[in-house]
Write a new protein. Structure first.
Length: 158
């Protein structure tokens, strides 16, 4: 009887899982696109609009790809680091995921903020956004690898 009650208490519904993923996406995406928009355009009268459109576009682009990237990186790390501890695998996952996602976010922000008409300007904005957000991304990767990824794994298993 006690075991059955405990199983019912630990069962997590799909809504909770989705809310968890959406929260992470909003916090990480909002923070990084904000930094990238600031570096690419500075504080102007249109900053909130530019940030909002970069963030919205990033969410539309990132959401479908993030699940594919997460699954691919998980498999890759399992193959490349089979004997590493779970904590080391999670850290590697966090850093790789952070770099890949930041690269995509920087591209989305650069397209939104400077466009694609001048490749040199696009590349410069992409690079500046990526490098500016990298320290925050590394911090988020540590948090992701040590705390969030293990919780995500538990949520997915349940």
């Amino acid at each position: 009887m006690t075991k059955r009650i405990r199983q019912q208490q630990t069962k997590i519904n799909i809504g909770t899982k989705a809310l968890f993923m959406i929260s992470i996406t909003i916090i990480v995406g909002g923070t990084l696109t904000g930094i990238m928009t600031y570096v690419q355009k500075g504080i102007t009268n249109e900053f909130l609009y530019d940030w909002g459109t970069s963030f919205s576009f990033a969410i539309l682009v990132m959401t479908p790809f993030s699940f594919l990237i997460m699954a691919s990186l998980n498999k890759l790390i399992g193959v490349m680091m089979p004997s590493a501890s779970k904590k080391m695998q999670n850290l590697a996952f966090g850093f790789l995921m952070s770099f890949v996602m930041q690269s995509i976010l920087a591209g989305v922000s650069a397209v939104n903020n400077v466009g694609l008409t001048e490749v040199v300007n696009f590349y410069s904005a992409w690079r500046a956004g990526l490098l500016a957000a990298l320290p925050i991304g590394i911090l988020l990767a540590l948090v992701m690898g040590l705390f969030i990824k293990p919780k995500m794994d538990k949520l997915i298993i349940r």
